[in-house]
Design a protein around this ligand. Structure first.
Ligand code: PQQ
Length: 604
């Protein structure tokens, strides 16, 4: 899509949810720099009129800004030339039942632009193309099915427009959904291709001879044979994260989520191709290579996090075109993105303990596999046994909150979680449309560390080393922005927008009305650079607040119980493990922020 590539190449715009196809979230704007960022002021704000988790961020294309909201996924077009006047708004009518089948809050990671259309991927899996000028519906298609249709498919991911297609993923691995990636034709919404994450080769769009895993052909029907019986049909591997695209190779990249159910004992095998990075031809959907990071997952370490594409990274003295991926499982991977060759796999939090290493010797039978520590194997400990002290927790060393890369410093700036868990699997049977989890989880700050639940780090992806690490009270659940002005921005769950220099020194901090789980971005208008971010606490980490699952009183009581002052009551235990373990884990958040929904725009 030449028009979109041109728009994205102009740093004045923020034309894609990811900023660019490479997912660098780097801006060449440099008016706001490390010396003057301390003078940043709020220039204007916009209330979205909706509460709960506000993920993603606005698009800016020329003189118009497009702002989206969590459920019901309203979209606003604001006129930047005219005081942010609302040019049009789109308010979808969605069945509220979908709220009940979303695992991790009613979030939406943003709209995409292409060929004069704004593409909205609604929570109920309706994909709508709106005329960017008028907001009128150009086409609308249904990507998945909901409870009434006996399935619990939902959507949260931001679409990506590539060439004449729009890529759309699916959510619901906690409900036994069999994941897929779909490409719709931008022109009329007709389906171009659909590639499942599990099942027969013909439905996965893989070639048993030509599609490779670590340099070897994957062989016939690997998406069936690595499961018992028909478990692949409810096998998860959803595609709710971020997508990237390499125009030279014509490949798209994305990761697949956890296998269903969370109880590993009841699904023997490697469970391919859940927890897998996929490289596919964008025209046909055929997979060129796959890499499964966590075979037979026992911890819910979804593989959906973003893949950041960097050209010519020097690795062992050789320039390589790579893909860098910070996985939930606590390892950061650097791969050759043409072939899927594994170049680096290292822990990006030293407290990661469930595995010792990823085997890097191509001659080893264990090549590419994490070496699991028996003590933390929820499979080996078995059903109805609580495995304690696993690091990271199910929400990973990093969840979907995207990192940024600065070509100026050659470093990645990564928002991380510093959280561990107890995990007790139990037998669960599949009922269409119902939760299919089979594990009780509780989460807490990494013991024996700085006491906080997050770190903001700089990472060297060639060496696989942390360059610096800045402790945070809570997980950093916002996306990062790096700029040519040598400033790096991120938001915190308490609601602060924070600016640091490239050495991690804090330069600016401002508290917005609610916790930030949105992605900071930047644009230029009327010759001035602005920084924009959505506030609105929620997402998985904020589900206790967003879902109203924990009042302030509940928070205080739980804090005391954790501090050992009182033995937890049955009610408190229930709170601790609610929201798949996040409610108790992030209970303290209620002391710092509350629900909101606001866009804040900063300038000098
Ligand atoms: N969503 C968030 C969030 O927005 O904060 C965090 C998570 C999701 C997870 O940690 C998940 O595991 C997860 N899993 C699925 C899935 O497996 O289908 C979907 C989603 C989602 O769509 O938001 C999340």
């Amino acid at each position: 899509n030449d028009e979109l590539m041109k728009l994205a190449a102009d740093a004045k715009n923020w034309a894609m949810p990811t900023g660019d196809y490479a997912n660098t979230r780097y801006s060449k704007l440099n008016q706001i720099n490390k010396d003057n960022v301390k003078n940043l002021q709020v220039k204007w704000t916009f209330s979205t009129g909706v509460l709960r988790g506000h993920e993603g961020g606005p698009l800016v294309i020329g003189d118009v800004m497009y702002v989206h909201t969590p459920f019901p996924n309203n979209v606003y077009a604001l006129d930047l030339n005219n005081d942010g006047k609302i040019l049009w708004k789109y308010e979808p009518k969605q069945n509220e039942n979908v709220i009940g089948i979303m695992c991790c809050d009613t979030v939406n990671r943003g709209v995409a632009y292409g060929d004069g259309k704004i593409i909205l991927n609604q929570n109920d899996t309706t994909v709508v193309a709106l005329d960017a000028k008028t907001g009128k519906v150009v086409w609308s298609v249904k990507n998945g099915e909901q409870t009434d249709g006996s399935k619990a498919e939902s959507s949260t991911g931001a679409p990506m427009v590539v060439k004449d297609k729009v890529l759309i993923g699916i959510s619901g691995a906690e409900y036994g959904v069999r994941g897929w990636m779909a490409a719709y034709n931008l022109k009329d919404g007709s389906l171009a291709w659909k590639a499942y994450s599990t099942g027969p080769d013909s439905e996965m769009l893989v070639d048993p001879e030509k599609t490779t895993h670590l340099g070897k052909p994957i062989g016939p029907d690997s998406g069936i044979k690595t499961w018992e019986g028909e478990e692949w049909k409810t096998g998860g591997g959803t595609t709710w994260g971020w997508y990237s695209y390499d125009p030279k190779l014509n490949l798209i990249y994305y990761g697949t989520a956890n296998p269903g159910a969370w109880n590993p004992v009841q699904r023997p095998g490697d469970n391919r191709w859940s927890m897998t990075l996929m490289a596919r031809d964008v025209d046909t959907g055929m997979a060129k290579w796959l890499y499964q990071m966590t075979p037979h997952d026992e911890w819910d370490y979804d593989g959906v996090n973003e893949n950041i594409l960097v050209d010519g990274m020097q690795i062992n003295g050789q320039p390589r075109d790579v893909l860098v991926h910070f996985d939930r499982n606590g390892f950061a991977y650097t791969l050759d993105r043409a072939t899927g060759e594994l170049l680096v796999a290292k822990k990006y939090d030293p407290t990661v303990n469930w595995a010792t290493e990823v085997v890097m010797d191509p001659k080893s039978e264990q090549y590419g596999r994490p070496q699991v520590v028996a003590k933390y194997s929820t499979e080996q400990n078995g059903e109805d046994v609580n495995t304690t002290g696993i690091c990271p927790a199910a929400l990973g060393t990093k969840d979907q909150q995207p990192a940024a890369y600065s070509p100026k410093t050659g470093l990645f700036y990564v928002p991380t979680n510093h959280v561990c868990m107890d995990y007790e699997p139990y037998k669960v049977s599949y009922t269409a449309g119902q939760a299919y989890v089979g594990a009780t989880v509780s989460m807490y700050p990494t013991p024996g560390s700085h006491g906080g639940m997050g770190n903001f780090i700089a990472w060297d992806a060639a060496k696989g080393e942390i360059v610096w690490s800045k402790p945070e009270r809570f997980s950093v659940w916002s996306g990062v922005l790096a700029t040519e002005g040598d400033v790096v921005f991120y938001g915190t769950l308490e609601g602060y927008i924070v600016a640091v220099d490239t050495a991690g020194n804090e330069l600016y901090r401002f508290k917005t009305p609610s916790g930030i789980i949105g992605n900071v971005n930047t644009f230029e208008h009327g010759g001035k650079q602005y920084i924009a971010v959505l506030s609105g606490v929620g997402g998985w980490a904020g589900i206790g607040l967003a879902g109203g699952l924990l009042g302030a009183e509940g928070a205080a009581a739980w804090q005391q119980a954790v501090a050992g002052e009182n033995a937890p009551t049955a009610e408190e235990e229930k709170i601790a493990t609610a929201g798949l373990g996040a409610v108790g884990g992030y209970a303290g958040l209620a002391e710092y922020t509350t629900l909101g929904g606001q866009l804040t725009v900063f300038g000098l």
